[in-house]
Design a protein around this ligand. Sequence first.
Ligand code: PLZ
Length: 446
Amino acid sequence: MTLTGVIAQKRQVVTTIPGPKSTEILKRRSAAASAGLGLTIPVVIERASDAILIDVDGNHIIDLGSGIGVTNVGNAAPKVVENVINAVQKMTHTCFTVAPYMGYIEVCEALAKLTPGTHHKKSILVNSGAEAVENAVKIARSYTKRPAVVVFEHAYHGRTNLTMALTAKNVPYKESFGPFANEIYRMPMPYPFRWIGNPSTITEDAIEMVISKIEKEIGSHKVAAILIEPIQGEGGFIVPPKGFLPKLNEYARGKGILFIADEVQSGFARTGNLFACEDENVVPDLIVTAKGIAGGLPLAAVTGRAEVMDSVHAGGLGGTYGGNPISCAAALGAIETIESENLVSKAKKIGEIMKTRLTQMQAKYPIIGDVRGRGAMMAIELVKPGSKEPNGEAMGKVVKYAQENGVLILTAGTYGNVIRFLPPLVISEELLNDALDVLEAGFAAL
Ligand code: PLZ
């Protein structure tokens, strides 16, 4: 496949970062685009392929963020590009609820096959993770005829009004944007690194706390859904302790509460399984997917038990662009690539390399308090040495060092002190190790 042209998968820094051209264009960005938009790396990207981003000054930057966990199959993956070109030449839009087309149906069929559980499943397709989460809540309320939704500390579910209410962190996501939707109840999250109780009984203790709060403070008969990220993303790649998700799922089932897995960030081969839930054989009633589903085109989905998905009255679900034909074609290309390139096992391998190297760095640099994650969804939490006090300042310096040396890394965490890694799953071991060398040099330079 040469549709996108081959870009050498090699880091190359040819100017200061940002270079002169980026600096000029960023002035236009400041003048034209809202100051409310964040900025991770001050460069302007002109081209990209696989795990390399090329800026307008010709710097080749290693991408360890995948556009926040989106380009799992690599940037401009050949099969995605080919499918998009073919699709856009056939039609641009009809609106699936006005006049349907094949791609949407094929994506729903693929989701039914790929998501956990062998029961009959159906899907709806929408445009963003937040929109999918909102729809999952609508569907759960419609099916159960109950109002309440249970969410967790450190959760991130989106920036729309309902999903802001579901999201935990105030700044930057919620500050000054209220009032928020009601009937949302936040539960303690077992965050192993920061758990104040006995670490050996964290699962049992956390489950007991959550169940007690649901029963005493809400009433389980009023709860439509328990919504959780199987590995929390923006909250700092918090991996719940073993047993927590299965026990939560079991409790929900016993009470007629729907278990909704938000796999927007953890899904599509990211964690070394197709979905993070599979690690403990958890079968959610509804699963929310986005990001990695379509290799960079906007698409998201809610997939779930047919009787739940069908409980909504006809016309109750929809949207102008949801499941746009171009995005569906991209998704089919991405899914094909995940299978043909064995990206599930590549994610596992990336996880092994990262875990080994990050643990070695932790032994050398005591500001790395914790190394955690699964597969190609790994993170380190930075602290003041000898304590668990968050060290956002060191995080900022390491990230800046990496950027200036041609490596894009993302941050996360309720306390603003987590460096997270979400490399494209097609990244070569050589490129990954080069990026980790830069990271290590960043720690040495502190
Ligand atoms: N659920 C678990 O990770 C998106 C947000 C980036 P959208 N996370 C990245 C930012 O700063 O806005 C996310 C997620 C989980 C839902 C969402 C929301 O997905 O496609 O951004 O709406």
